[in-house]
Design a protein around this ligand. Structure first.
Ligand code: NDP
Length: 284
């Protein structure tokens, strides 16, 4: 049989993207599984996405990740969307199935997987989410689709928060409410899972934490953070002090990367190797 010297190409399009460690994690996973895949981290400026997506087709790339600022605009260039991506209205990964581009959003699924690994189900639960940006949209929609009873969105800008609540009410069966976050936020007492989906605490701002009344965190709550480059964020430290069970954002990042790996290759992802690689990259 002749050798096959052609690698399957995947990659990540974003701007800025230089410091995005996803490629290192995926390449470590390809090597561990002996797969002839390459991941290219590519700077695609705003305005150049159309040409870049033509490139995906022209070069028969197997798939791509999308990050800032392309997650919504890319929808124009896709043939199909997963049910969750249709509701969320944003895509963080694409699979090229013989020229048909299919978009999925694995951020919220990665979040749910990190809960499942800690034996936590969202079914029937009240999930309170801080923030209403991209991560909050993905997390809230996936929680609602996975059977959460109620979703509370707290945001510092009313319009964004109310828009997300309307989306949840219109497109999912979960009960949804908005709380204006204009002073120290009091966590609703019947919250089961509290999720920080804001960018507060992201490296290098590791001394910052969301402005909430931490004494309203009860010991029975599960408290989660999307921040990944300080897995022991101040937010989670404060929650731990109040006896809550905590889950960090590194697991979410690894799990969404693992899902992407499997969607591209059809092979089970070496999750431990992916996590070790990221920890090394973040000097953890
Ligand atoms: P967006 O910019 O879309 O959303 C950020 C959200 O944070 C907005 O709701 C914004 O409110 C809110 N926010 C910002 N500053 C404050 C503040 N001081 N107080 C209260 N709220 C604030 O970003 P993303 O949703 O895409 O990303 C959010 C975070 O999630 C980032 O740190 C990102 O790195 C992380 N992330 C982690 C992932 C993982 O796998 N662990 C995956 C995806 C994202 P408003 O817009 O109303 O001002």
């Amino acid at each position: 049989m002749p050798n096959n010297y052609r690698a399957e190409l995947v990659g990540g399009f974003g701007c800025p993207v230089d410091e995005n460690p996803t490629g290192v994690m995926e390449e470590a996973a390809f090597a561990a599984k002996g797969l002839n895949y390459r991941y290219l981290t590519v700077k695609v400026e705003p305005g150049d996405l159309k040409e870049a997506m033509s490139g995906v087709r022209a070069m028969n790339m197997r798939g791509i990740n999308l990050t800032i600022p392309h997650k919504v605009e890319v929808l124009k260039y896709l043939d199909e969307l997963s049910p969750a991506a249709q509701i969320i209205g944003a895509v963080n990964m694409v699979v090229n199935n013989g020229g048909r581009l299919w978009g999925e959003n694995t951020d919220g699924k990665g979040y749910l997987t990190s809960l499942e690994k800690a034996n936590i189900s969202v079914k029937g639960k009240h999930v309170t989410i801080l923030g209403a940006g991209g991560a909050a949209r993905a997390i809230s929609v996936e929680c609602a689709m996975a059977g959460a009873r109620k979703i509370t969105i707290a945001n510092i800008i009313r319009e964004q928060g109310e828009e997300l609540v309307k989306l949840l009410r219109d497109r999912t069966s979960a009960e949804a409410e908005f709380i204006m976050w204009d002073k120290s936020f009091c966590v609703p007492a019947d919250t089961d899972i509290l999720s920080n989906a804001t960018s507060v605490g992201l490296y290098p701002n590791v001394n910052e934490k969301p402005d909430i009344d931490y004494d309203t965190i009860a010991p029975g709550m599960v408290v989660t953070d999307v921040i990944f480059n300080d897995p022991n964020s101040l937010f989670l430290q404060e929650a731990k002090k109040r006896g809550a069970k905590t889950i960090n954002g590194l697991g979410m990042l690894v799990n969404q990367g693992a899902l992407n790996f499997t969607l591209w290759t059809g092979v089970e992802a070496p999750v431990d190797i992916m996590e070790e690689t990221l920890r090394r990259e973040f000097n953890l």
